[in-house]
Design a protein around this ligand. Sequence first.
Ligand code: BES
Ligand code: ZN
Length: 463
Amino acid sequence: MIDARSYAREHAPRFRQQYEALLRIPSVSTLPQHAADVERAAQWLAGDMRAIGMDSAEVLRLAGGRHPLVLGEWKGAGEAAPTVLLYAHYDVQPAAMEDGWDSDPFEPVERDGRLFCRGSVDSKLHVMSQLKAVEALLASPGGAPVNIRVLLEGEEESGSETISAFVAQQPERVRADVAVISDGVVLAPDQPSLVYALRGIATMELHVDGPVQDLHSGHFGGTLHNPLQALAEIIAQLHDAEGRVSVPGFYDDVVEADAAERALLAHTNQWSEREWEAVADAPARHGERGYNTQERIGLRPTLEINGLGGGYTGPGFKTVLPQRAMAKISCRLVPDQDPQRIHALLQSHIAAITPPTVRSELRQLDMGSRAVTLGHDTRAMRAAAAAYERAWGVAPLYERAGGSIPVTFALQEVCEELVIMGFGTRDGRAHGPNENVHVESLERGITAMIHFLQTIGRNGELA
Ligand code: BES
Ligand code: ZN
């Protein structure tokens, strides 16, 4: 038997093949036509959990749940050892060639040191980092130094309702001394970061209705309020000239950062700005006045229009006066904003500014999730910092992430300590066309996870 790091190095080519096999399964959670693929991915993962020697692996289907959870357990470290819960999600965002992919979104291909495929960085990189670190530890002398639960979710990209219900109803099945949420990105490919906060989210749909059906814009144009125009007018009133959200009450519960935290984030900002140039590269930056890029991403709430629909957008022209228009809206939330309250505030504001010439309705799409903030100086955080340093050869900076992982708030309630460990990079283009991962990311992820679990096994004593 060899030690876990050497085992991982020796088996790296097979790990890569398995990662590619998982990537080929288009486990898109939001589209009903991919439900069988999500199921297939769940079965694949449970099979791998059994193959690597976990004591049990279950594909859990909850009543009313859309997609299964996969839960694996290994208790070989004994009752006195701590239990670590590893969480990641195996579902992915939709992807199609016509969105601008340069190759088939579900066929992994390597170009210039990167592997391109939907789900490569978000988040099958994390699923495989967890499973292969566990495999390497179980194959090493003495097995893993901690008891392990691996909980994989198939609905993260579409609201996480099933897992949130599972954690609330069966907390004893997820309870652990330490939980690792494995998701997200480091500051830059060669600068790891430790994420100590995530934003929450509230998702909504705004519908604006006008005439009884689509009408000829020659017969009726100029006599009624075009719903697309009315929608644009409403949306244009949701921000002020300073880039602030102009919904009354929106900032009421927002916790302002103190000077110490803003100083900490100032170190991270130059990296955020550099990554912005390299990845977003829009004509100019735009955002809330008075805050730098890292603060705008991590510390401030937002209101975004994620999509607009209505009227005719096909080839050629159709002189139509549309019956209705729709906008998808989401708000990123910070502590202590409540998604329900944010929805209610928006609802009354939109009702107040909707002109009498159209009808509007703001629908909440799911329960939303609250922001989370973690302490820096816990045993698990110190172990995570050491793990990043081991895998990257560089100490991590501390960062607030702008994304949301809905289950985090619930896991924080049932696990004593929680850390967020992401191994992706922003240039991995998560959610967009040509999603990709640097080929060395999987090895770094596995190394970091092995090191982290070994440190927790020594009760947090750094090696
Ligand atoms: N990987 C992201 C979350 C993330 C992004 C964490 C950046 C840390 C930094 C995750 O897969 C995701 O995209 N979550 C969604 C949740 C939403 C659909 C409820 C998000 O943030 O948009
Ligand atoms: Zn995502």
